[in-house]
Design a protein around this ligand. Structure first.
Ligand code: SF4
Ligand code: SF4
Ligand code: SF4
Length: 290
């Protein structure tokens, strides 16, 4: 087990410049999401994909105006760097599951080769992480967000309807078991390969509120940070309630005993661009909008 201070300093080279790992940087450092990954391999009950079948893991479920193709990425980033000299982080956060789309890897290769100075970041549900952790490390991905909403199958089955894995759909508890196992195994593997890991957790008061501390305990040695975000009641969870600010803050306090908590998340869209204090995203033609 690694002492907290050692863990913090081991990763300081990344966390010093990444706004999603350092609240103080939210209005100083720019980052962009490349919405190249539309498909998802699990079915979260709160997630409605808003263009075709898209949605996203990391963020306000699933809004990206268009899906970018890997071949558009180089030009897009070159233009953006001219306008945004403080751009430091390039993230792929869906809008589906990053690891389930080959375009993610094509994009990472382009960014790695053409823009070696930008920090590459990824968010995923973790189902395919045991398979791809090494590939991500080889592509110089430094930071990884894994969304974990429960570590007990009997709870996760009420959050995720099914999991598509190795050519088969696994429903209910059976699917939940596979997802949890792969998340734990994948995060450990990524951690051993030197990636800095953030656990995102959606707080759903009626389902996982009293259980989230178990998630923090499970990842206390392998993750760097936890980001607990409130449910936005949508889709099959539209009749559930959002947590109150007091509930969010109580759960964060409980979890903080095991994992440092990120408290400034504003649930960016999958195509978010710019400083986190701004609210820009891509327009229909790939332009920035305010
Ligand atoms: Fe939606 Fe992300 Fe869940 Fe997939 S993993 S269903 S994109 S929230
Ligand atoms: Fe931040 Fe997540 Fe995007 Fe990475 S993928 S830049 S952690 S929001
Ligand atoms: Fe990620 Fe939240 Fe920061 Fe947005 S505000 S970049 S979703 S951690």
């Amino acid at each position: 087990m690694m002492n907290k201070e050692i863990k913090m300093s081991k990763f300081a080279h990344v966390t010093k410049v990444h706004p999603c790992y350092n609240e103080k940087l939210h209005d100083k450092i720019g980052r962009v999401h490349l919405p190249v990954a539309p498909k998802c391999n699990i079915a979260c009950r709160f997630c409605r994909r808003s263009i075709g079948e898209e949605s996203c893991c990391e963020n306000r479920p699933g809004v990206a105006h268009h899906i970018m193709k890997p071949e558009e990425v180089e030009e897009y980033l070159r233009d953006l760097i001219k306008k945004m000299p403080n751009l430091k982080v390039v993230g792929i956060a869906g809008p589906g599951d990053s690891l389930f789309n080959k375009e993610t890897f094509e994009t990472l290769e382009i960014v790695n080769e053409k823009f070696p100075d930008l920090i590459k970041c990824l968010s995923t549900n973790g189902l395919l992480l045991p398979k791809y952790a090494k590939k991500l490390a080889d592509l110089n991905v430094k930071t990884l967000t894994v969304t974990v909403n429960a570590v007990k199958p009997e709870i996760l089955k009420d959050i995720v309807d099914w999991v598509y894995y190795e050519g088969k759909v696994h429903k209910g508890e059976e699917g939940a078991k596979i997802l949890i196992k792969n998340q734990i195994e994948g995060v450990k593997k990524a951690y051993d390969l030197g990636l800095v890991i953030k656990i995102n957790t959606v707080l759903i008061p009626e389902i996982n509120m009293e259980h989230i501390v178990e998630i923090a305990k499970t990842f206390k040695d392998t993750a760097y940070l936890q980001n607990i975000i409130p449910l936005i009641p949508m889709y099959k969870m539209e009749n559930l309630r959002r947590p109150t600010c007091e509930e969010i803050s109580r759960v964060r306090d409980e979890c903080e005993e095991y994992l440092p908590q990120f408290r400034a998340c504003r649930q960016c869209r999958a195509d978010a661009v710019g400083l986190l204090s701004e609210e820009k995203h891509l327009g229909g033609e790939g332009k920035e909008l305010n």
